[in-house]
Write a protein that binds this ligand. Sequence first.
Ligand SMILES: [Zn+2]
Length: 82
Amino acid sequence: MTQQLQNAINKASKIKMTVKLLGSRSFLVITPKGHKYTVRFENVDGLRYGRCTCKAGAANMACYHLPKAAMVDTAIQSMRSH
Ligand SMILES: [Zn+2]
């Protein structure tokens, strides 16, 4: 795990964001400042890939919206597999 990703995860756990399910694996992340970003996940060869619509995400950088949505995605996926 890269330091950049670790920092993003740390930030995600500290900041209270609202995550809403938009579609099968699409999430709307609302920051405390009211910014809204869409995060989408897909699985390629058993690995999960996420895409965020924020500036960092568009530049392929680890942002803190992604790990937040990933926690919800993980919870949903684990519910489905039971
Ligand atoms: Zn983002």
